[in-house]
Ligand binder design. Structure first.
Ligand code: PGA
Length: 267
């Protein structure tokens, strides 16, 4: 059975000193994590400082972005080679803040995705609609276009190894979460689209996360009885305690889902 994922996107917030403190408080908690993959995405400069601290634990590191080229004249950019050297096995691609503030398009995201495959970095591709798109009733259409632009033409194995994060832009950092129903409806749509493009096994295998103002109060309702395979957490990952509560919620839920599946199989 696939594992759920919880990613803490620390954005441009954590200094090296705070990062070390964060990890110190976090590692003992990690010993109780058995079901999920836990990934932290601090700033680039903090990555190589945390890498030796987390060695031997199950905690993994992600970069918040990367360029598609290995090296070259790209002032201010960072390459897959460099993020790997800094200790990352994961990368977040096409986050809405990159699309909104730095002109990133899904053509860029596709190139980055192919580069991530070449370097064996697990890609987490963000998808999602603006409030205007949702109000105009065009959410499915936009999400479908995003999937087509980023994933079409990949091999099913590559698609299955890509993590998708549905993050409605109107829910990111706003305190407005999608209702469990709204989130699940889009997750279901995405999985069906993956099935159309790559077949049933890939659709079952691919992990689709939800992101957008996830916190300890709303995570349970979101993941319960849903197709959500974990969370991409921004604000609530900045404090270890709130992030840990979200992880515990995913852990408990997954255990229940597993035993339910087992019971069904034994029937
Ligand atoms: P948020 O951010 O949890 O603060 O809404 C989510 C994200 O940016 O991935």
């Amino acid at each position: 059975m696939k594992k759920p994922i919880v990613i803490g996107n620390l954005k441009m917030n954590l200094t090296a000193e705070l990062g070390r403190e964060y990890i110190k408080g976090f590692l003992p908690f990690m010993e109780h994590v058995s079901e999920s993959e836990i990934v932290l995405a601090p700033s680039y400069t903090v990555l190589p400082l945390l890498a030796p601290e987390i060695r031997g634990s199950q905690l993994q590191l992600a970069a918040q972005n990367m360029h598609w080229e290995d090296a070259g004249a790209y002032t201010g950019e960072i390459s897959p080679v460099l993020i790997k050297e800094a200790g990352c096995q994961w990368v977040i691609l096409g986050h809405s803040e990159r699309r909104q503030y730095f002109g990133e398009t899904y053509t860029h995201v596709r190139r980055k995705l192919e580069s991530a495959f070449r370097h064996k970095i697990v890609p987490v591709v963000c998808l999602g609609e603006t409030l205007a798109v949702r109000r105009a009733g065009r959410t499915f259409q936009i999400v479908e276009d995003q999937i087509d632009e980023v994933l079409k033409g990949l091999k099913p194995k590559q698609a299955a190894g890509t993590v998708l994060a549905y993050e409605p832009i109107w829910a990111i950092g706003t305190g407005k979460t999608a209702s469990p129903w709204q989130a699940n409806e889009v997750h279901h749509f995405i999985r069906n689209k993956i099935e159309t493009l790559f077949g049933k096994p890939t659709a079952a295998e691919i992990r689709i996360l939800y992101g957008g103002s996830v916190n300890p109060e709303n995570c349970e309702a979101l993941i319960q009885e849903s197709e959500i395979d974990g969370f991409l957490v921004g604000g609530a990952s900045q404090k270890e305690e709130t992030f840990q509560k979200i992880i515990s919620c995913v852990e408990e839920n997954w255990k229940m889902k597993k035993s339910k599946k087992l019971r069904q199989r034994l029937k």
